[in-house]
Design a protein around this ligand. Sequence first.
Ligand SMILES: [Zn+2]
Ligand SMILES: [Zn+2]
Length: 268
Amino acid sequence: MFLALAFAFQMGVLPDKWLSGGPNCAEIPDWQVHAYNEDLLILRQSGCVHYEKPFLYLLFGKERAMLLDTGAGNPGTAAIIEKLRRKMPVIVVHSHGHGDHVAGDAELKTLPGVTVMAAGYAETIDLSERKIEALPIPGHDAKSVAFYDERTGILLTGDSLYPGRLCVDDFPAFVTSMNRLLEFTESRPVSHVLGTHIEQARTPFVDYVVRTTYQPAEHSLELGRAHLVELVRELELMSGKPERKALRDFTIYPRPPRNFANGSTATP
Ligand SMILES: [Zn+2]
Ligand SMILES: [Zn+2]
């Protein structure tokens, strides 16, 4: 028996298993579209199209919709969003600026009624009777932003927290950001923490190797606030000295600073 608790979330359902990419790519659609509930669609790009197989989020308010991220490679995002948008105006924002999350921007910009914000945009988004709060969380990328949906209690964390390799480019900034994010959740109930990839296997402490397309036994997409608590705690234990550390449901993965002189943002 379930008790009715104080938080009046709009509930939803996550799948037991997502499509990744294969084993037979001819049978896998380019996009898997899952309705968490009527007003929140979660899209996953097929691993057969791009090994990063990122997740995108389409949230509907009364008058407007918000799309988080636009896909990797040559994603054809505009066509699928055009089908799903219910003729509503759409504001497009990004979890961060890496190439596997912004590849559909140019195409989406050509659609009437679609406004594509630059990566790093971090203002509260009012969809009419639904507000999405934004919190800048630099560290994985300078333009990383977390979004909190007051209607479902879902915290969207991009590549900063998900079941996989949490690549950290700016370690001090990441530590500060994850502390801020944890503090942010103290006054906001979190139903799920949802990121933008799955690289972890269902087997604890194990992740799929980079560029794996078919992941038949991958971890669930959803994490919880306890994972954020764990992340902050593990970062603190490193006392300012970045180290790679495999945890049960994700891996902390600091990497040395890379040269962005050519303007490339093609990293995950
Ligand atoms: Zn990234
Ligand atoms: Zn990514």
